[in-house]
Unconditional design. Structure first.
Length: 276
DNA sequence: CAAGTTACCTGACGGC
DNA sequence: TGCCGTCAGGTAACTT
């Protein structure tokens, strides 16, 4: 689930539950995620420490202690984080647990185990954070992520526009869903060569990307109070997608049937007329 | 170097 | 019911 808007909503939802909390224990089930979970390190640098900040960079969640250790969590394709009472039964695929001083636990659940957990040490976290994100592009809402910046990055590139948008080294946080939705909004064919857009078109696409990401965050944010609801359902699936997963349905704009096509190995959805 | 493909892992779903 | 192939919102390591 987690592209930029989902991670942002999770971040905002976790913030009030985590900041100021003291961590009492960190445990794991020993399963390797994308990389092994450094449980010993987590224990050493997180237990008896207090959380100072929770923030997001790209699709990563960053949790910082007052001693400047930085816990970095990526949710991969299927990762979820929940705040649960210690007493509540653990679920299948719960892999890592952070116990707090209020008898609640942050739990990382990840069926496919494409997620990851890293720890940057207190002494070097500031420097290592830059290193860690050295090949991550700017945030879509950052000033440097301008239409001209995108045009410059795309210059001469023949790759499909949609694949281009999904490259996190160009622009952070856009995955398959929001690449599809942004291109529909901007009325551009996902297969177009990235280098073929005019300045005016980059302005349009840039605007739609921000608009759609912001809208998705708002949709998630509106249900943020459910974040730790007993149902375990966090509301960030509630946004209605216009084309993602909708092949065969009528285009919301012109009623032409939406198409599906593989681009760069990923399912891509578009209106053959509006995005022709 | 750019661009495309594969691998990682489990579960849900549709067809037979 | 059950078996099998296909597909899934991410990313890095490959290959071409």
């Amino acid at each position: 689930m987690p592209e930029l808007p989902e991670v942002e909503v999770i971040c905002q939802g976790l913030f009030p539950h985590l900041v100021g909390r003291n961590i009492r224990a960190v445990t794991g089930d020993g399963k390797t995620l994308r990389s092994p979970v450094p449980i010993d390190l987590l224990e050493e640098h997180l237990v008896n420490r207090t959380i100072r900040d929770v923030r997001r960079r790209a699709k990563y969640l960053l949790i910082e202690t007052e001693e400047n250790a930085l816990l970095i969590i990526h949710l991969g394709m299927t990762g979820t984080l929940t705040i649960s009472s210690v007493a509540s039964p653990r679920k299948t695929h719960d892999h890592v647990f952070w116990l707090f001083d209020n008898d609640k636990e942050l739990r990382l659940n990840d069926v496919r185990r494409f997620g990851s957990v890293h720890l940057l040490l207190p002494d070097e976290a500031a420097v290592m954070e830059d290193t860690f994100f050295a090949s991550t592009g700017p945030e879509p809402f950052a000033v440097e992520c301008s239409p001209d910046y995108l045009m410059l990055q795309a210059k001469g590139k023949k790759m499909a526009l949609k694949s281009f948008l999904m490259q996190n080294k160009i622009i952070a946080g856009i995955g398959n869903i929001y690449a599809n939705e942004s291109l529909f909004g901007a009325q551009m064919h996902p297969s177009r060569q990235a280098g073929s857009l005019t300045r005016h078109e980059w302005q349009r696409l840039h605007k739609l990307i921000r608009q759609i990401l912001q809208h998705a965050i708002s949709c998630g944010g509106s249900t943020i109070s459910d974040f730790m609801g007993a149902s375990g359902e966090s509301g960030y699936f509630q946004m209605n997608f216009k084309v993602y997963g909708k092949n065969g349905n009528p285009c919301p704009t012109c009623k032409t049937l939406l198409k599906k096509k593989q681009i760069g190995g990923r399912a891509s959805f578009y209106c053959p007329k509006c995005q022709g």
